[in-house]
Design a protein around this ligand. Structure first.
Ligand code: PLP
Length: 455
């Protein structure tokens, strides 16, 4: 069988991989020298590679496998839907049952006033949809000049032209002439970079004020929307002070600007709520990843009434959509995945039980000689790698990311049997929401061991 071939012949797979497979975000020459690790199986929070090594997946795949690997009820739902109706689109006055059920279910779970869903195949496509939808909204409102979208440095909103433009990753902008016109950026709310001399709440207000400054610079009558991740994920788990988001909402309201919460990582319980942005009332919510736990690709935009009323109420086509919008198999997977999250009380567990437990256990890593701060927010966490720790009071002298200590640490993690991600001088995790207390302890012990090896 294929699996046996993979198990017994890692080298051949690696050679074929190098010969034919262009990986995302990868230096192929470097990968060719060491060979990709071949993942063959997953169960719960663990993965196995082709050489039989067991690895604790501290990243839930790519922030997505919320309910863990090997959930047979999801495979069963997918199989049954494939047998019944593997595909039909919803373009030309048709619809399908799983897509309708999922749209209704998401409207129930979403914050008040979110009664409509636009489906896509990924988070990137969902953010492209946002760009087109907010511009369409302002056109319909009679403000055709309002097309500029403000985002933040070091944010991640996807890899399509619009997604990467909304994103604030300089390494992505450098390749391919991004950002596209009409997208501008402000600073991120990273207290440890820019908060010197301020309390976290003072800093949160200051970071939000950069939005107002940018609105005034661009011209309030030209700004369509502001987009942000409730907690920046790929940028290194940057947790904003509590004062930040309410102030952002206030500024958006002052100038009538739409607020888009990109909840691709934070949605479906990861921060201890179904949607982390609920308290500050966004107008649009991007989702993907956790909606299916990554078992099948699916993303979309939850559309609040302010935008939906205009899109629908003013009539006319919204000329936008994907072959796989509302894919019945993906929607069937999502329905079963959401059932699991609800029945197992994963959102409440992260809010009241495993989340606080992780905060305590992960926070204890701050005593390590290499660690400056170790913080969590629900089920995402990050630590700063620092040098000369003893000399520092509050602001740690950071390692220069170019020194590659994060990469070294990540290599030790991988060999120690845990997947953690390195972002410059930060090491980050986003564990599966099903993790138990004992598994959290196991994970933190593995992290500590890898940190010791990096010293
Ligand atoms: N938005 C956020 C916040 C993300 O973290 C990601 C992916 O990591 C995306 C959008 C893009 O999603 P996708 O990779 O499914 O296109």
């Amino acid at each position: 069988s294929d699996r046996e071939t993979i198990m017994t012949d890692t080298k051949t797979i690696q050679q074929q991989d190098h010969a034919h497979y262009l990986h995302p975000f990868t230096d192929h020459q470097a990968l060719g020298r060491k060979g990709a690790r071949v993942m063959v199986r997953g169960e719960g929070i663990y993965l196995w590679d082709s050489e039989g090594n067991k690895i604790l997946d501290g990243m839930s795949g790519l922030w997505c496998v919320a309910v863990g690997y090997g959930r047979t009820s999801i495979s069963k739902a997918v199989y049954e839907q494939m047998e019944t109706l593997p595909f039909y689109n919803s373009f030309f006055n048709t619809t399908n049952v799983p897509a309708v059920r999922l749209a209704a279910r998401l409207s129930q779970l979403a914050p008040e006033g979110f009664n409509h869903v636009f489906f896509t195949g990924s988070g990137s496509e969902a953010n492209d949809t946002n760009v087109r939808m907010v511009r369409r909204y302002w056109d319909l409102m009679g403000f055709k000049e309002r097309h500029v979208i403000i985002s933040r440095h070091n944010s991640y909103h996807g890899s399509t032209m619009a997604g990467a433009s909304l994103g604030g990753m300089s390494g992505m902008h450098e390749q391919g002439g991004l950002p596209i016109p009409g997208i501008v950026h402000i600073g991120q709310p990273n207290y440890y970079d820019d908060g010197v001399g301020l309390t976290p709440d003072e800093f949160g207000l200051r970071a939000a004020s950069w939005l107002e400054a940018k609105i005034l610079e661009v011209g309030p009558d030209k700004v369509a929307a502001f987009i942000g991740e409730p907690v920046q994920g790929a940028g290194g788990v940057i947790i904003p002070p509590d004062s930040y988001w309410p102030e952002i909402r206030r500024i958006c309201d002052k100038y009538g600007i739409l607020l888009i919460a990109d909840e691709v990582i934070t949605g479906f319980g990861r921060l201890g709520r179904w949607f982390a942005s609920e308290p500050y009332k966004p107008d649009l919510i991007t989702f993907a990843k956790g909606v299916t736990s990554g078992y099948v690709p699916l993303g979309g935009v939850l559309v609040g009434s302010r935008v939906a009323d205009v899109l629908i109420g003013q009539g006319g086509d919204f000329n936008h959509g994907f072959t796989y919008s509302g894919h019945p198999v993906a929607c069937a997977a999502a329905l079963e995945n959401l059932r699991i999250i609800e029945d197992e009380g994963l959102v409440e567990r992260v809010a009241n039980d495993t989340g606080p437990y992780l905060k305590h256990a992960f926070g204890a890593l701050a005593d390590h000689a290499l660690v400056g701060t170790a913080e969590t927010c629900g089920f995402v966490a990050g630590l700063n790698l620092v040098k000369r720790k003893a000399e520092n009071v509050h602001y740690q002298v950071r390692f220069d990311p170019a020194l590659g200590v994060g990469m070294l640490c990540r290599a030790h993690m991988f060999n120690t049997g845990i997947i953690m991600r390195a972002v410059g001088d930060r090491m980050i995790i986003a564990p599966p929401l099903v993790m138990t207390h004992a598994q959290i302890d196991e994970m933190v012990a593995l992290i500590r061991r890898a940190l010791d090896l990096t010293l």
